[in-house]
Design a protein around this ligand. Structure first.
Ligand SMILES: [Ca+2]
Ligand SMILES: [Ca+2]
Length: 271
């Protein structure tokens, strides 16, 4: 394995086991991630995520990024990001999703995970992941209440979040430089940038023609509105529902007949 691959790939092993439940009586939520970028364009490291009360705010546009954020942005390492989330919100559901085979999500790839969420007290979704190849590019929400996934009753209010190239951040912590960029250079090298978090996808075209750690020759092909990533939310079918279905249908049919009769009776009485 090339050294430039070592960091993102090593993350995959532990990521699947990171989801945990912090609240009793909570709901199972399936989160699916898809890389929507054009073939040979950007890949994405494992998604760091949390469902919370909207108070954990890991970074701000125009401000210096925290170590927790630069670890995600420069290395795809979400250990500190997840710890910071859990420390800020002890009841949040915090975890990660990695591609089960290779960790990172190359263009066209998909992966998912199931998380136990108290959907009433933790309706907000916050996320972060490194964009590859890059020195310190990432996706993530600046505003902690930007994505309210559940309504006041705890039911799904939105089913997906799509990120376009315009949503890509530069953490401002590592200077643009192919030699030290993850996925095309040696991610363990670092030239300090001393900047602040800002939007920047255009710089990624500077990696065009470089061979990536996944073996494809990078071609950015990104315009501002190019979709690059989708996060989808669903309530998984309960196990055993298929076995119960005939019974449920029978109950439903009886219920409908009864309801129709009552409706007919109401109509008659209203005349
Ligand atoms: Ca913020
Ligand atoms: Ca940078």
């Amino acid at each position: 394995m090339h050294e430039r691959l070592a960091i993102p790939f090593r993350l995959a092993a532990g990521a699947a086991a990171l989801a945990f439940c912090a609240a009793a009586g909570a709901t199972q939520i399936q989160v699916t991630i898809e890389n929507l970028a054009p073939a040979n364009s950007v890949s994405v490291t494992p998604l760091q995520l949390g469902f919370g009360n909207g108070s954990f705010d890991p970074f701000d546009n125009g401000a210096t990024a925290s170590t927790a954020v630069t670890r995600v942005a420069e290395l795809g390492d979400g250990t500190q990001w997840r710890a910071a989330f859990a420390a800020a919100e002890s009841n949040a559901s915090v975890g990660a999703i990695a591609h089960p085979a290779v960790g990172i999500l190359v263009p066209g790839a998909i992966a998912s995970g199931v998380f136990t969420v108290d959907t009433v007290s933790n309706p907000f979704f916050t996320f972060a992941a490194m964009v590859l190849p890059s020195n310190d590019s990432f996706i993530g929400n600046d505003l902690p209440m930007q994505y309210r996934v559940f309504d006041a009753a705890g039911r799904l209010a939105i089913t997906s979040i799509v990120q376009t190239a315009n949503d890509i951040w530069d953490a401002g912590s590592e200077a643009f430089e192919t030699a030290s960029a993850a996925f095309v250079g040696n991610a363990l090298l670092h030239t300090d940038e001393g900047g602040t978090v800002s939007r920047n996808f255009a710089q990624l075209a500077g990696f065009d023609g470089q061979t990536t750690g996944a073996g494809y020759v990078f071609a950015s092909q990104l315009a501002g509105e190019t979709p690059i990533y989708r996060i989808s939310f669903a309530v998984p079918e309960p196990a055993g529902l298929a076995l119960m279905l005939p019974g449920l249908l029978a109950v439903g049919w009886v219920g409908r007949r009864r309801s129709n009769r009552q409706g007919a009776a109401s109509s008659l009485s209203a005349v």
